[in-house]
Design a protein around this ligand. Structure first.
Ligand code: AMP
Length: 287
């Protein structure tokens, strides 16, 4: 597995691959890899000739009060895991390589898709994501880029700017990978104490309850939101950031679920903010 740390080196590598006619799949990550990330990489392995993963804790997508400094960094362990996929190359730059002195260009997705859900609570988050993903897709010369449904709003935002900016990369969304318990895999799960880990099961439990009610015929968005909120409120350690339902993938407000819709939640367990979702009326079975 090749490891690149500079823009120059990854550019030379991908230029050569393209000259050879290879298709390239990109999997952007922030590291602290788990089965969710590895599933994206395996999917890329199936769909493209060459798999490039990036491991980069992107400073521009964190607000000053967030966990940028505390975010887990374990590159050697990550490389071992990526070797099992196997991944062909890893791009692991320093922040100054991606944002050198004088850097001043950002991709800002305007419009309401970045203003709701996580966008409402994390100002500047999607600007940072859109900027780094654009840079990574350019560097990788990616034919396809793979993202998890775990961050469903991110997929919508990425698809939007890829279309708007005519970027020739196909965006592939991969279903959420969970623990046996139902807990969605996340690098942030390691912040949880054993007691908090137990409390965090309320996220998938509440989504299951919402999905079951929908399947039993409840279409009202107000009723489904109330039901999911009530379920989360049964857990004393849980503090709700949002429980929302929007049409998917358009992310527009709806009153009834008569088309696929994203039921998305963000919940704080202690100091850790966790997100999870299910697509009501989608193809996948719920958590
Ligand atoms: P992150 O390292 O958290 O930025 O995530 C990198 C990519 O992995 C994103 O596309 C995430 O949506 C995806 N991802 C994270 N957790 C999961 C999961 N449990 N299942 C599927 N994809 C995931």
């Amino acid at each position: 597995m090749k490891i690149f740390r500079t823009v120059r080196d990854i550019q030379a590598y991908t230029k050569e691959l393209k000259a050879q006619g290879k298709t390239i799949g990109l999997v952007p990550t922030m590291g602290a890899l788990h089965e969710g990330h590895l599933t994206l990489m395996r999917e890329a392995r199936k769909q493209t000739d060459i798999v490039i993963a990036s491991v980069f804790v992107n400073p521009t997508q964190f607000s000053p009060n967030e966990d940028y400094n505390a975010y887990p960094r374990q590159f050697d362990e990550d490389c071992q895991k990526m070797g099992t996929v196997p991944v062909d190359a890893v791009f692991h730059p320093e922040p100054a390589e991606m944002y050198p002195a004088g850097y001043c260009t950002y991709v800002n997705v305007e419009g309401d898709i970045t203003k709701k859900l996580c966008g409402a609570q994390r100002p500047g988050h999607f600007r940072g994501v859109a900027t780094v993903v654009t840079k990574l897709m350019n560097l990788a010369r990616a034919d396809k880029a793979f993202f998890g449904q775990k961050d469903a709003q991110q997929v919508v935002v990425v698809k939007r700017f890829v279309a708007d900016l005519n970027i020739p990369t196909e965006i592939v969304m991969v279903p959420i990978v969970r623990e046996e318990s139902g807990l969605a895999r996340s690098s942030r799960n390691r912040y949880l104490s054993p007691e908090e880990m137990q409390a965090a099961l309320v996220l998938s439990r509440s989504l299951r309850a919402g999905d079951a009610a929908f399947r039993a015929g409840q279409k009202s968005v107000a009723a489904l939101r109330a039901l999911v909120k009530a379920e989360i409120s049964k857990e004393p350690m849980a503090v709700i950031d949002y429980v929302d339902i929007y049409s998917f993938p358009a992310l527009q407000p709806i009153e009834a679920v008569n088309q696929p819709a994203l039921l998305a939640i963000a919940v704080r367990i202690g100091k850790t903010r966790l997100i999870d979702n299910v697509i009501l009326g989608g193809d996948e079975t719920c958590c």
